[in-house]
Design a protein around this ligand. Structure first.
Ligand code: ATP
Ligand code: MG
Length: 451
């Protein structure tokens, strides 16, 4: 069905419109050469002095035209990778699908890509590009980029912008437009559909005509993508500073549902007015990123997946398991699913587990236990997580307040707080039995609790 539809809209029928190479001067583009990083300028200067063409390309030019500070500066050139590699002592060739040169200048790394083009790429039966190692002209390079807004080239030495697809106009009109035939471009690389959602959400652009309407019929292709590549794209959404907008776009463009389990879990976070774990965590993440503060992705993922952990935790307790053991079992279940097919790197899983496992320990406010918890490496993240749970009414606000005071108090104040702390709830009452496990299995369970 999909194949039939694609055959109808695809090959042969794609228009090969004659491209006009527009060169815009400073008066027309208004980008100040000083906005370019020292490293990128140095790389471009050296390439040009050696007789090559070289430009800042992609997202950085788009962001400069929008008056946004670019995250990084990528360079495109007609110099082959080996020539770039020879020009810069601190450089190396990377990339399997397509060779890229990383040039290190001081603390910065500039990605230098040779113009792509030509017919030499392999596609599978659905038109997916499997390998792509041919070089080409600047015009061909522009045609291979995804959106018109992303296919602009800026030369900071001559101070010109080169535009083949009216990208500058589209940026001014805040329109995201796919270059070429959208269905064919989604078929070549389905991740472009997620990029459409991410970029439109992040930039506040509208997605135009077929760039939007071809997504629904192509959406299923995304499920065939390697989970690790989808996870990378989801991470970019979470790190965009506009995650809630991006997720709204994912929904609006018809991409929600069974693309990746993490996207399904994130769906509830799109609503800015909702109060659930994902939306609170995403709102907080977006605010922090926009204020240039750091965020822990392990924390965000812990929040997004918490409803699943919580549901299992409650179920196992209802089946008679003690809280700490039930939580461990719930975490193990969620992590087993994650490890199987989500493409989430180990390090995030470890942080998430640490944050989750500490949650019941906040209830224990007698004796030396509060001091032990306070000295845990993940205390701060786990405490922030506790306060999110309190905002949802999962635990009393008074508990968060107690820990807030406990962190701020001097030793005497802390002893006072411990003395006045109410009896614990949510942890086993018969503490003696916990300290004297009857068998090795129980001992293992308790030592895990103390992580
Ligand atoms: P961001 O500002 O979020 O980094 P970006 O547009 O720079 O957005 P990158 O992933 O850094 O995104 O990609 C750099 C450039 O490479 C893009 O602007 C685009 O020209 C091109 N590009 C990236 N991914 C694709 C793709 N899947 N298909 C075609 N072109 C792509
Ligand atoms: Mg970029």
């Amino acid at each position: 069905m999909l194949k039939k539809w694609l055959n109808k809209v695809l090959p042969g029928k794609a228009k090969t419109a004659k491209l006009s190479r527009q060169v815009l001067s400073f008066n027309e583009h208004g980008i100040h050469a000083e906005s370019i990083s020292f490293a990128a300028e140095k790389v471009i200067k050296r390439l040009k002095q050696s007789g090559f063409e070289a430009y800042i390309v992609g997202g950085a030019v788009r962001d400069l035209l929008l008056g946004v500070e670019p995250k990084d500066f990528d360079v495109a050139t007609d110099a082959p990778p080996e020539a770039v590699r020879k020009l810069f002592r601190r450089s190396r060739i990377v990339g399997r699908r397509f060779p890229i040169v990383h040039v290190m200048v001081g603390p910065e790394t500039i990605e230098v890509t040779t113009f792509r083009g030509g017919p030499v790429h392999t596609q599978n039966e659905l038109g997916r590009i499997m390998r792509d190692v041919s070089f080409g002209s600047q015009e061909q390079d522009a045609q291979r980029r995804d959106f018109t807004a992303n296919a602009l080239y800026y030369d900071p030495i001559d101070q010109v912008v080169v535009d083949f697809h009216h990208g500058v106009d589209d940026i001014r009109l805040k329109k995201l437009v796919m270059i070429g035939e959208p269905a064919a471009r989604y078929q070549e690389d389905p991740v472009r559909m997620l990029r459409a959602a991410r970029l439109s959400g992040k930039l506040g652009f509208s997605v135009e005509g077929a760039t939007a309407s071809d997504i629904i019929p192509c959406a299923d292709l995304l499920r065939r993508e390697p989970p690790a590549r989808l996870f990378d794209e989801i991470l970019k959404i979470l790190f965009s500073g506009h995650a809630q907008n991006c997720l709204q776009q994912i929904h609006a463009l018809g991409l929600s549902g069974h693309v990746h389990p993490l996207l399904d879990a994130l769906a509830t976070g799109a609503d800015k007015t909702a109060t659930n774990m994902a939306s609170l965590a995403l709102k907080n993440t977006d605010e922090r990123l926009r204020a240039d503060k750091s965020v822990s992705m392990g924390f965000v993922l812990a929040a997004v997946l918490w409803p699943q952990v919580l549901a299992l935790w409650l179920r196992y307790q209802a089946q008679g398991m003690r809280p700490a053991a039930a939580l461990n079992a719930a975490i193990a279940d969620v992590r087993a699913q994650m490890d199987q097919s989500w493409g989430v790197p180990q390090r995030y899983g470890i942080t998430m587990r640490e944050i989750w496992v500490l949650q019941p320990q906040f209830e224990a406010r007698k004796g030396t236990r509060p001091f032990r918890l306070l000295s845990q490496a993940r205390f701060r993240a786990a405490y922030d997580f506790l306060s999110l749970r309190a905002q949802l009414g999962e635990v009393p606000m008074a508990l968060v307040q107690w820990w807030h005071d406990f962190q701020a108090a001097d030793h005497e104040g802390q002893q006072q707080l411990i003395q006045n702390a109410p009896a614990e709830s949510g942890v086993p009452q018969n503490r003696k039995r916990r300290r004297k496990p009857r068998n090795k299995a129980k001992a293992a369970e308790i030592s895990q609790d103390a992580d």
